[in-house]
Design a protein around this ligand. Structure first.
Ligand code: SB7
Ligand code: NI
Length: 184
């Protein structure tokens, strides 16, 4: 099982690298890693398991964060309507996005970053993401609100991009034109 000691932190060179496409159909080894990733994200939100294994709550995880430089992400988060958005995907790709931007008013955090970083992270308000599930099915999902932000955060990890790379250095809380806050 994945625990916090498996998660690499800021400063580790792997977090700055571009991860490789997973060759499909996925190998049983790649499926096992992705399965463990989604289980980690779920466990991190379970008060009993999080306490037992000292997990920091997370709503997503990207394979580079466990030093696996492959394009795999796990997301487990509720949307505005309390619907669970739970996906483990190989080779996720944003195939289209809104012009409108959105951001979390309190900024973002990351399991690979052990400090508070102040500032807003402008993201697309809506994204359409294509990817392949653990069952080998190619799917397209439409996301908005917090789930859209989490998918963009995770896909950034596959490209060696950290959330703070998007924060305006001169004015961290500056809101770009056409960006609206995500209501949680
Ligand atoms: C806030 C938190 C996350 C995404 C977007 C906003 C996920 C935090 C966990 N991760 O570090 C996953 O990469
Ligand atoms: Ni992160």
């Amino acid at each position: 099982m994945i625990t916090m000691t498996d998660i690499i932190r800021e400063g580790h060179p792997s977090l700055k690298k571009v991860a490789a496409e997973v060759s499909l159909p996925a190998s049983s080894e790649d499926k096992k890693i992705l399965q463990e990733m989604i289980e980690f994200v779920k466990a991190s939100q379970d008060p009993i398991l999080a306490e037992k294994y000292s997990l920091r709550p997370g709503i997503g995880l990207a394979a580079p964060q466990i030093n696996v430089l492959k394009r795999m992400i796990a997301v487990h988060v509720k949307d505005n309507n309390d619907n669970l958005i739970s996906y483990a995907l190989f080779n996720p790709k944003i195939i289209s996005h809104s012009v409108e931007k959105s951001y979390l008013p309190h900024g973002e955090g990351c399991l690979s970053v052990d400090r508070d970083v102040q500032g807003i992270v402008p993201r697309y308000a809506r994204v359409k993401v294509k990817g392949t599930t653990l069952e080998g099915e190619e799917i397209t999902i439409r996301l908005k609100g917090l789930p859209a932000i989490v998918f963009q955060h995770e896909i950034d990890h596959l490209n060696g991009v950290m959330f703070y790379d998007h924060i305006n250095k001169d004015d961290p809380f500056n809101v770009p034109d056409n960006a609206k806050p995500v209501e949680l």
